[in-house]
Design a protein around this ligand. Structure first.
Ligand SMILES: [Ca+2]
Ligand SMILES: [Ca+2]
Length: 251
């Protein structure tokens, strides 16, 4: 079998293809820039089938939408227990109804026509980090620096992690009061460490089992070498200068 390979690819074809590619890439980039701010809000689907909500329990983030799709032949609704929200009638064989959830809450709901059909919607609040500090704000290389931050979660999720990130490395922070299980009003976390000379960058991260949040990066005060180190360096310099002087004199 012979394979024919053209010696020269027609440059016009390449030109046309690459121009089209470039336009396509620019269009996609432009579109994604327009769309990116809304990327975090999602739509979740709950299927109604066999007189059941599937999944029965769902956790979403603030700003997300739930769309119920009715695959039974009977008409259903998704109605909050105290009527705080209601999809209205969702017709059978593929009808849909949607609700946008704009605040954190745990909801129970049912179908108005079939009250034995029940489900829950948990709208998660992202974890918040407040009062992030480093104490003391500067020192020397023998200083023990204490990083602290308050973890707050409106719907009381236990943190999956609380980190202080120093110069790009994550360090797990410990809870100051291990008995405090009320995260709605905050809990303090800490991490102690010594630091090398110079300045350092740090920020805090936390995850509530659903989303990760972080603080803006901050710069520490200057960490100076400790007194003993300064004396050692000074002594070395003095000895060095003395040696050079002695060598010059003995020439
Ligand atoms: Ca939460
Ligand atoms: Ca607390």
């Amino acid at each position: 079998m012979k394979i024919y390979i053209p010696a020269v690819l027609p440059s016009q074809v390449i030109g046309m293809v690459s121009r089209k590619l470039l336009i396509a890439v620019l269009l996609i980039l432009g579109f994604s820039l327009l769309v990116l701010p809304g990327v975090s809000a999602k739509t979740h689907w709950v299927e109604i089938e066999g007189f059941e909500f599937k999944p029965e329990d769902i956790t979403i983030e603030v700003g997300d939408t739930i769309t119920w799709e009715n695959n039974d032949s009977a008409t259903h609704t998704a109605t909050e227990d105290d009527d705080a929200w209601d999809t209205g009638d969702i017709s059978g064989s593929g009808g849909t109804g949607s609700i946008v959830f704009n605040s954190a809450a745990n909801w129970s709901y049912y179908c108005e026509y079939h009250p034995s059909m029940t489900g829950t919607v948990n709208v998660n609040a992202p974890p918040e980090l407040e009062n992030g500090t480093m104490d003391p704000s500067s020192g020397d290389r023998t200083t023990m620096f204490n990083f602290t931050v308050d973890y707050i979660d409106e719907n009381n999720n236990t943190p999956m992690f609380v980190y202080v990130n120093i110069d790009g490395t994550n360090h797990t922070m410990m809870q100051v009061d291990g008995m405090d299980t009320n995260y709605t009003n905050g809990a303090e976390f800490y991490y102690e460490t010594k630091l090398g000379g110079g300045t350092h960058t740090y920020r805090f991260y936390a995850n509530d089992h659903y989303v990760t949040n972080s603080t803006a990066a901050e710069t520490t005060g200057t960490v100076i070498p400790e007194f003993g180190f300064i004396i050692a360096v000074t002594m070395l310099a003095v000895v060095g200068i003395a040696t050079i002087g002695w060598r010059r004199r003995t020439r």
